[in-house]
Design a protein. Structure first.
Length: 162
């Protein structure tokens, strides 16, 4: 089963191993990102940070085939996307999220707007999340797990987007 979906630019980090995994106990973490899936070095770093928790890394294409197996498994998985784009690409090939997608941190960059602490979004990222919502993805915004969950529509209203 998939216990939690999250978009987080940091992918695997201290919060993943101390907070997320404790609140959503899992047998494994599945990273969905084309770049990371082709970078053995960064995969080793993430696997070391996770310790005894199994880590798998899939391209978006492979995730479209393998996530239904994870859903049907007796094991519990946390799915992490580095970017909104990867989550959108997965939905574009027909995958439908079976739970809530938590929109976590994205860095401040040129053209990005502050949405919530630790979450800045560009117009392209907003379009990605709008697409996900349009295909029925249930989303919350709570990057640091220290604020109340916001719906995607409430987060957009907060930053003045439509």
């Amino acid at each position: 089963m998939i216990s939690h979906y999250r978009i987080d630019s940091r992918v695997v980090h201290g919060q993943t191993t101390t907070r997320i995994v404790k609140e959503h106990p899992v047998d494994g973490v599945i990273i969905v990102d084309d770049g990371i899936s082709n970078d053995g070095f960064i995969q080793k770093i993430y696997a070391n940070a996770l310790g005894s928790i199994q880590m798998l890394c899939f391209t978006v294409e492979k995730a479209a085939r393998k996530l239904p197996e994870a859903e049907a498994s007796k094991k519990s998985y946390l799915i992490i996307f580095k970017t909104t784009e990867s989550a959108r690409q997965l939905a574009e090939v027909g995958y439908r999220f079976k739970g809530v997608l938590n929109v976590g941190p994205q860095p401040n960059c040129e053209g990005a707007q502050l949405v919530e602490k630790m979450l800045y979004l560009t117009d392209e990222q907003i379009a990605d999340l709008d697409y996900l919502e349009s295909v029925g993805t249930s989303m919350i915004v709570n990057p640091a797990f220290t604020t109340p969950n916001l719906s995607w529509s409430a987060a957009k209203s907060k930053m003045g987007a439509r």
